[in-house]
Design a protein around this ligand. Sequence first.
Ligand SMILES: [Zn+2]
Length: 95
Amino acid sequence: MENLFHKLFFTCEEATMKAEMNEQKALSGLDQMRLWMHMQWCALCTLFSKQNKKLNSILSHNHQHLKEVKVDDKTKLKWKSALETASTDVPSKNN
Ligand SMILES: [Zn+2]
């Protein structure tokens, strides 16, 4: 009976992992149903799933924004030089 229960219902650990997979559209129909059933009674996983969706949306938006940034070669060289200067200015931890 316990075995049947585990076949039908996800644990919270499985549910959070499957919720992430569901975001990537990588979940089978059976697992989608099991995830839905888990979400019906588990407030914590429902909250995790909502926050995960929000976070993915924010990251996806920022990623699209970054793709639009174009930097010319002159600016890249300026940044490279600034980074090299900054990295040699870092004091050693032993001082
Ligand atoms: Zn849960």
